[in-house]
Design a protein around this ligand. Structure first.
Ligand code: SF4
Length: 173
């Protein structure tokens, strides 16, 4: 397990290096601390590898009691929504501090959160719409994007299949 953790950490660093390279020459790039657009518009509840869930669980467990209670309430609310089938529109991530617009588990956030906006599929799918708008407006076609598929495959290889939100939290139901 230590091996998986350290490989994940290496991936984090690799992703952050690409993100920093993209941001470094573009002070207009929207994806940075303070932007929570993707955290408020998830297409579905988080679905993570076991190793990523382990990091998330440890991060939530280490939050101050009052904050942890808020996060657990948000998790329970989302479990209920999933259970009742009322998750039809976009989802606000239960780990987001909605007032601050900041991730409460930022240092331990999932790989998908780290790559989003910087790593794209071959056809440039997975652009954040804010990023897409800026790119189109500025006609900046010089960005060296990260390879989203390669990262996804590495995570799968190292950490195994992803586990849906409701399955991970099944004991809370
Ligand atoms: S885990 Fe954090 S960074 Fe990822 S979507 Fe949720 S709030 Fe945003």
């Amino acid at each position: 397990m230590d091996h998986v953790r350290s490989v994940l950490q290496n991936l984090d660093e690799h992703i952050e290096a690409r993100a920093q390279a993209i941001r470094a020459e573009r002070d207009w790039f929207p994806c940075r601390r303070g932007c929570d657009h993707c955290c408020r518009t998830l297409a579905h509840p988080p679905e993570l590898s076991q190793a990523e869930w382990d990091r998330v669980d440890a991060a939530v467990a280490s939050l101050p009691d009052a904050v942890r209670a808020i996060v657990e309430q948000a998790i329970d609310t989302l479990i209920q929504k999933v259970g009742s089938g009322s998750c039809r529109s976009t989802i606000v991530c239960p780990f987001l501090d909605e007032q601050e617009g900041a991730c409460r588990i930022y240092e331990n956030r999932p790989i998908a959160c780290r790559t989003y906006g910087f790593f794209v599929a071959r056809d440039h799918d997975q652009y954040c719409e804010l990023v897409e708008y800026e790119i189109n407006t500025r006609e900046d076609h010089t960005i060296v994007w990260g390879n989203a598929e390669a990262i996804r495959n590495q995570v799968k290889q190292i950490c195994g299949e992803t586990i849906p939100f409701e399955l991970h939290y099944r004991n809370r139901i």
